[in-house]
Design a protein around this ligand. Structure first.
Ligand code: PDD
Length: 296
């Protein structure tokens, strides 16, 4: 359980954090969030997360801009107070509460700020070692998936259905048959001719920070990747598949709708990218991810 929270400028015990039911996040999902990985006691790519937060707020027409330096301090303090080595910090900004239920946004904003930290293994996990199984479900979300809002019902339903079917997560399929992304991660495959492929950025997916960091790191390692849509059918016959997010980093996907991907074990390209990503965030893969070297 989370012990501590930061709410509207105040650090307090998590069970003392109280919010008005008139908050527009509660009434309209009028709110955005970020989840930033923490490794070795430091936030990973916090700059990119805060850039994306500012963009999400701008796209929704928020007029108030959160103080970046303050948000960075809040992350540092939550990490310190919770003695966090590995885990994540959650940050949410809502348009606030105005004592009623008016659809139009108020002209003068009083946003709500909320954050907390949670310890959690990110690198040495069963997910990273063994991979996960995903189901595919129709992508029934709204059209602006590039904005990281807390309107997450479609994702919550997809993950619930995955669990009900005994799998770990869900990938979402657009009405055109192409996979958009995971329920809370970007989706990647390695094709039969060894191309690393992930969906191109647009309003229909979230521009993942992990995706961006992996993209620059793999380029620096002399690898290339292709940004284009791929279908569920192409994913089913891919050599490898994996997902990237702040909470699972680089997660091998070894099963899609009950069908084994490639050998059914995390593949060599995914393993290499895990090593590259862990190194990029300051980890020593030999120590932090011993299974990577045990295998080769
Ligand atoms: N989700 N796509 C979706 C729909 C997501 O919700 C997320 C992240 C990502 C990956 O983005 P990033 O690499 O910046 O984490 C892609 C977070 C982790 C969550 O909702 O918990």
């Amino acid at each position: 359980l989370v012990k501590q929270a930061w709410l509207n400028g105040v650090f307090l015990a998590a069970d003392e954090a109280k919010l008005s039911p008139f908050d527009r996040a509660f009434l309209f999902a009028d709110s955005v969030y970020e989840v930033t990985a923490v490794y070795d006691g430091r936030p990973v790519d916090l700059d990119l997360h805060l850039d994306r937060l500012a963009r999400s707020l701008r796209e929704l027409g928020f007029t108030s801009v959160p103080d970046r330096a303050q948000l960075m301090q809040v992350h540092d303090r939550l990490i310190e107070d919770n003695a966090l080595k590995e885990g994540y910090v959650y940050l949410q900004v809502t348009r606030g509460a105005y004592g009623g239920r008016d659809f139009p946004a108020p002209s003068v904003e009083r946003p709500t700020y909320f954050a907390f930290a949670e310890a959690r293994a990110l690198i040495d996990t069963p997910t990273a070692r063994n991979g996960i199984g995903v189901i595919t479900v129709d992508d029934i979300r709204w059209a602006r998936r590039d904005i990281k809002t807390t309107g997450l019902l479609a994702q919550a339903l997809a993950k619930t259905e995955a669990k009900r079917r005994g799998e770990d997560d869900a990938w979402l399929v657009g009405s055109d048959g192409f996979i958009t992304e995971g329920a809370s991660a970007n989706a990647w495959i390695v094709t039969a001719d060894d191309k690393i492929v992930t969906r191109d950025l647009s309003t229909i997916i979230l521009a993942g920070v992990t995706r961006a960091r992996l993209a620059t790191s793999l380029a620096a390692a002399g690898l290339s990747f292709v940004e284009r849509p791929f279908s569920r059918e192409e994913a089913l016959v891919a050599r490898e598949a994996f997902a990237t997010s702040a909470t699972t980093l680089v997660a091998p996907v070894v099963r899609i709708d009950g069908v084994r991907v490639g050998s059914g074990l995390p593949g060599p390209v995914t393993r290499r990218l895990q090593g590259i990503y862990y190194t990029a965030i300051g980890a020593d893969p030999g120590k932090a991810a011993p299974w990577l070297t045990e295998e080769s």
